[in-house]
Design a protein around this ligand. Structure first.
Ligand SMILES: C[S@@+](CC[C@H](N)C(=O)[O-])C[C@H]1O[C@@H](n2cnc3c(N)ncnc32)[C@H](O)[C@@H]1O
Length: 260
């Protein structure tokens, strides 16, 4: 179920690339990113912190001996990516990304020689992702399952936590779930409404902010590593640049470990 490659519609992956100052977006995506930035100056820093958290959590997982990484909604392989983070820890780590955006798939195709393997996959069809992984992943060994800033693009009526469970239910003991999601806790209500409106009106998918309590449903059945479910920047230490003035957005981040 790839999203439309219509260049007249801003795409989730390309808007995010614009936040990251990458090179894989179109004017319409930049305009949409700017519309979000007018509602909150945190749009860009939050995207950067999200990527930095994801890369660190993947590197930590691989350093802890988890040599298989599955990244759902991996986005453009803009640095730092799950691919480079895993390989920095262990060059022989297996990393498989999935995305439903044709622009991501096209970009990844150009990077195949560098070991970037991104397959077409939609989290709304998790059984197809499991099937595609069958020859690539040994589920009896630990896997780092990455789902960062992606389930917020699946509306409630599709049961996003249930969809993720189709994948996380395959994880063996010691596996990790690396997870982030836009949260209503710590985000001003007018920012939630404004950002949901921008995506709902002019992007390939709507965005849904959820409370921390709802976000914990995605992590059910795992034991959270310290410091638990906190803002992405709280994983990154005290040396970050000062937060911008203006209404904040909060991306909640956690690493869950599958108990033995
Ligand atoms: C905000 S970006 C996050 C990228 C990356 N996970 C990160 O945290 O840096 C969201 C990504 O999820 C992808 N995405 C959105 N809906 C999806 C779906 N239903 N299935 C698979 N990927 C999806 C988008 O194309 C985009 O690349």
């Amino acid at each position: 179920m790839p999203t439309s490659p219509d260049p007249g519609v801003a795409s989730i992956a390309r808007i995010y690339d614009a936040y990251l100052d990458g090179e894989d977006h179109l004017p319409i995506d930049r305009e949409t990113a700017e519309r979000v930035a007018r509602r909150t100056p945190w749009a860009k820093p939050a995207a950067r912190y999200n990527r930095a958290f994801m890369a660190r959590a993947v590197e930590d997982a691989v350093r802890a001996g988890i040599r298989q990484v599955v990244d759902i909604g991996c986005g453009m392989p803009t640095e730092p990516s799950s691919f480079s983070a895993a390989r920095a820890a262990d060059p022989s780590a297996v990393v498989v990304g999935f995305d439903n955006d044709p622009a991501v798939l096209a970009r990844a195709e150009r990077m195949r020689d560098a070991g970037v393997r991104v397959l077409e996959g939609d989290i709304r069809e998790p059984d197809r992702i499991v099937e595609a992984l069958e020859p690539l992943i040994d589920w009896s060994r630990p896997v780092a399952l990455v789902a960062t800033a992606v389930l917020q693009f699946v509306p409630d009526e599709l049961d996003p936590a249930g969809l993720l469970r189709v994948l996380s239910g395959r994880l063996s003991a010691g596996s990790r779930l690396v997870f982030t999601h836009s949260s209503t806790d710590g985000t001003a209500p007018e920012v939630v409404a404004g950002v949901e409106e921008v995506y709902g009106r002019g992007a390939t998918a709507p965005i849904t902010y959820r409370s921390d309590e709802r976000i914990m449903e995605f992590l059910a059945g795992t034991r959270l590593l310290d410091p638990g479910l906190v803002a992405v920047q709280d994983w990154l230490g005290p040396d970050l640049p000062a937060p911008p003035d203006g209404p904040a957005v909060r991306l909640a981040a956690a690493v869950g470990v599958v108990p033995g």
